[in-house]
Design a protein around this ligand. Structure first.
Ligand code: PSU
Length: 306
């Protein structure tokens, strides 16, 4: 069976045809991860960061049922303001297409669509993981299983402690996904540079990471890679401050019975309110930082592939 391909913007199609560096970006962060207008400003700023670092941005989404890689300014604007947009993980894409719905794509859906488009590297803020209490709820993000089956390198700032970080790392090990921290031994926890856990590997340059991606795929592993890039020091939140806020938000979600795909958006919005916008500022800074690293990796990877 011939696999589907997302519709590419002209810029993305040209870059891919020339074997040039392209970085995929997700859209759930726009539709469900940040409030308007910070979501739109961030989406545009992140695309600028990718360009400044020598790559072409490919924001991935579903627009009126069409799979897309590379959105123009008015499409980004519409997505950022749309109400009731679907949050689509990989399994939701087919139904969104049939219903001609628009959807923000999560890490899992974005990885899948990036791979179908021929894009090897993807930058985001945080990936989903094993939720706290998963031994009761079984709530494990499809992002982790997608990492175990789709050959995309995902640059993130680690996972935040709304999740069970230890179990998330265990799950990634089971899924045969290398976790590579950039320039540090520590696995970062999104708002903070350390989680208390070590990453499996440390590499110190984008070129080395691109080389490792190349070897990983040449081994036929068939899995993705997680590149964990700590938030820049000046934007990092103090663990005491953010951990208390996260615990309050998690408790509230529990009391209100919020779960499944509503849980992560609820926690992100609540943490932003409780932290009086501090978490959003950190979130924006780390996404840009990840986009810069992903772009430098894409430039190096394109040179290796040529
Ligand atoms: N973490 C963030 N911001 C986000 C998300 C996670 O800090 O926007 C989004 C991503 O799109 C991720 C999704 O793929 O939430 C995970 O949702 P779930 O936990 O329901 O799988």
């Amino acid at each position: 069976m011939t696999l589907l391909k997302p519709k590419l913007s002209r810029e993305v199609a040209d870059a891919l045809a020339a074997g040039g560096p392209v970085v995929a970006l997700e859209s759930t962060i726009i539709t469900h991860g940040m409030p308007y207008p910070a979501n739109l400003e961030t989406a545009k700023a992140v695309e600028d960061v990718v360009r400044q670092n020598g790559a072409v941005p490919a924001t991935i989404a579903v627009i009126d049922g069409e799979l897309r890689a590379g959105l123009d300014a008015s499409e980004l604007e519409a997505l950022a303001q749309a109400k009731g947009v679907v949050k689509a993980s990989g399994r939701d894409l087919a139904v969104a297409m049939v219903r001609k719905a628009s959807a923000g794509t999560t890490v899992s859906a974005t990885m899948l669509l990036a791979d179908l488009a021929g894009i090897d590297i993807f930058a985001t803020g945080g990936v989903g993981g094993v939720h706290r209490g998963a031994e009761q709820t079984f709530d494990i993000s499809a992002d982790l299983t997608e990492l175990g089956r789709t050959k995309t390198a995902v640059v993130c700032a680690g996972v935040k402690s709304i999740l069970d970080i230890a179990k998330t790392l265990e799950y990634l090990e089971t899924q045969r996904v290398p976790v590579i921290a950039f320039g540090t031994e520590d696995f970062p926890a999104f708002f903070t540079r350390k989680s208390g856990y070590k990453a499996d590997h440390r590499l110190d340059t984008p070129e080395e990471i691109a080389e490792a991606m190349h070897m990983h795929h040449k081994l036929g592993t068939g899995t993705g890679l997680m590149i964990a890039n700590p938030i820049p020091e000046e934007f990092a939140l103090t663990p005491d401050f953010i951990d208390g806020t996260i615990n309050d938000a998690v408790r509230e979600a529990d009391e209100r019975g919020i779960g499944r795909k509503e849980l992560t958006p609820f926690l992100l919005a609540r943490i932003n309110e409780l932290s009086k916008g501090e978490s959003l500022k950190a979130n924006i800074a780390l996404v840009k930082n990840n986009a810069a690293l992903a772009s430098r990796m894409a430039v190096a990877y394109a040179a290796i592939k040529k």
